[in-house]
Design a protein around this ligand. Structure first.
Ligand SMILES: Cc1ncc(COP(=O)(O)O)c(C=O)c1O
Length: 390
C-alpha cells in the first residue's frame, strides 16, 4: 500500500462479532449451533409494523431527508413515552433521533471530548464505546465494576479517576455485557458526582425496556437541572426488533443537541426516514406486542438462570438480566478467548470472551441469550458441562 492508514483506527481490534463468527465455521460437528454471540432478538418486527412500512414506502415524502434531529412526530412521541416510563415531563425539543444508539454515542462523545481528554468507563464495557474512544484518542479511564461479589460500578471508586481533562462518565444499564441492572440509588450517586465535578453523565439505556421491575430505571429526569449533567442514549433496535432499521435517540439539553446537530449532519444527515416512521408506529400502536415480547425475554432470562443452577456446573453465574448473562469460567489458567473458541469448535456454543469487554476480563464469558428460546436453556447448561471434561 502506498498510502498510510490512520494509526488510531489501525490499532483498534476488528469488530468482535465478526471475529467470533469465524470460529464456528471451523466446527467439525453436525449438531446445531446455539448462538449466544450477538444481542439480537430472535423474532421479526410485528406484522402491523411491516404493513406500515409498506404503506410509508408509497408516500413520496418518505423518500426525503427529515430534520437532522428527526421528525417532530417521533420526537414528541418518544418524549411522551419516556416521560411516562420515568414519571417525568420531558420536552420534545430535548429529544434527538439518531441512526441507532451507536451513532448517538459516537456523536455525543465528539461533542463532549477531544484528543487527550478522558472519559470514565466502567469495566466490563460495551466494546463499541471503547473502540470509539480509542479512535478519537480520548483516554478511557477504567472503573472496575466487578468487585467483592458486586457487578455495579460505584461513584466512590470513580472519584479518584477524575482530573482536569475528565469530560464524562459513561454508564450502561441494563448493562452490556453483564446484564446487571443498576439500582436507581447507584445511578443517583454517579449523577451527584458528575454534577459536583461539572462532568457529563451519559447513560446508554438501550435495554431499559427489558428491566426486571416496572418502576422507573432512575429518577434523574425529575431533577430540576437534569440536563445540565445527564444525557440518555436509547435504541429502537431491541424493543421493536428493528436492528436493521437503524433508529436510536439521545435526550439532552438544547445546548448539547445544537452541537450534536452539526455532527449528525455530517455523518448521516438524518436517521432513515422510513425507519423513523417504523419507530413511531411502534410507540403508538405496539404496546401489547411489546409487553408480550418483554415477558418472553424475562422468561428466557429465568429459564437460563434455572438451567445454570445445576450443581455439576462449574461455570459461575455472575449476573443475568435484560439480554445478557456474565459467567466466570472454570479454567483459571486459560484465556477467555481460548475457552470461547473451544466452546464454539467442540461444543457448538457460540459466546463472547470477557476479554472483548475490557482489561482483567479473561476469567469471564458473555452469553447474549435473547437469540435463544427458553426451551433450549437446559441444553446451554449441558454443553457448558460437557466442556468441563476437557
Ligand atoms: C449497550 C448497547 N448500546 C448500543 C447498541 C447499538 O444499538 P443500535 O442498534 O441502536 O445502534 C447495542 C447493541 O448491541 C448495545 O448493546
Amino acid at each position: 500500500m502506498s498510502f498510510k492508514i490512520n494509526p488510531l483506527i489501525q490499532q483498534v481490534e476488528p469488530p468482535p462479532i465478526s471475529e467470533a463468527m469465524t470460529w464456528v465455521s471451523q466446527s467439525p460437528s453436525n449438531r446445531a449451533l446455539i448462538n449466544l454471540c450477538q444481542a439480537v432478538p430472535s423474532y421479526p418486527p410485528a406484522d402491523e409494523l411491516a404493513d406500515e412500512v409498506a404503506r410509508l414506502a408509497h408516500e413520496p415524502a418518505t423518500g426525503l431527508y427529515t430534520d437532522i434531529l428527526g421528525t417532530s412526530e417521533l420526537r414528541s412521541a418518544l418524549a411522551s413515552d419516556m416521560g411516562q416510563d420515568y414519571g417525568a415531563m420531558i420536552a420534545p425539543e430535548k429529544v434527538g433521533i439518531t441512526a441507532g444508539c451507536n451513532q448517538a454515542f459516537v456523536a455525543v462523545m465528539m461533542v463532549l471530548a477531544g484528543a487527550a481528554d478522558n472519559v470514565i468507563l466502567p469495566v466490563p464495557y460495551y466494546f463499541n464505546h471503547h473502540m470509539w474512544l480509542e479512535m478519537l484518542k480520548i483516554e478511557p479511564r477504567y472503573l472496575p465494576a466487578i468487585k467483592n461479589g458486586s457487578v455495579y460500578p460505584r461513584a466512590g471508586d470513580a472519584e479518584r479517576l477524575i482530573d482536569a481533562r475528565t469530560r464524562a462518565i459513561v454508564l450502561c444499564s441494563p448493562n452490556n455485557p453483564t446484564g446487571a441492572i443498576y439500582p436507581p440509588a447507584i445511578i443517583d450517586e454517579f449523577f451527584a458526582l458528575a454534577r459536583q465535578h461539572n462532568l457529563a453523565l451519559v447513560i446508554d439505556e438501550t435495554y431499559k425496556d427489558f428491566r426486571d421491575s416496572p418502576g422507573p430505571p432512575h429518577d434523574l429526569f425529575s431533577h430540576p437541572e437534569w440536563d445540565g449533567t445527564f444525557m440518555q442514549l436509547y435504541s429502537f433496535s431491541k424493543v421493536f426488533a428493528l436492528t436493521g432499521y437503524r433508529v436510536g435517540s439521545i435526550i439532552a439539553s438544547g445546548k448539547v443537541l445544537a452541537e450534536l446537530e452539526k455532527v449528525l449532519d455530517c455523518i448521516a444527515i438524518c436517521a432513515p426516514h422510513i425507519s423513523q416512521g417504523a419507530a413511531l408506529f411502534g410507540l403508538k400502536a405496539l404496546a401489547e406486542w411489546k409487553a408480550e415480547k418483554l415477558q418472553m425475554m424475562a422468561a428466557r432470562a429465568q429459564a437460563l438462570k434455572t438451567a445454570l443452577a445445576r450443581a455439576d456446573l462449574r461455570y459461575e453465574l455472575m449476573s443475568v438480566g435484560a439480554y445478557f448473562a456474565y459467567l466466570r469460567h472454570p479454567f483459571p489458567g486459560t484465556s477467555a478467548k481460548a475457552v470461547a473458541q473451544r466452546l464454539a469448535r467442540h461444543h457448538d456454543l457460540l459466546c463472547l470472551p470477557g476479554s472483548m469487554f475490557g482489561p482483567d476480563q479473561d476469567g469471564y464469558l458473555r452469553l447474549a441469550f435473547a437469540n435463544v428460546e427458553a426451551e433450549l436453556m437446559p441444553e446451554v447448561a449441558a454443553r457448558l458441562i460437557e466442556s468441563q471434561e476437557e
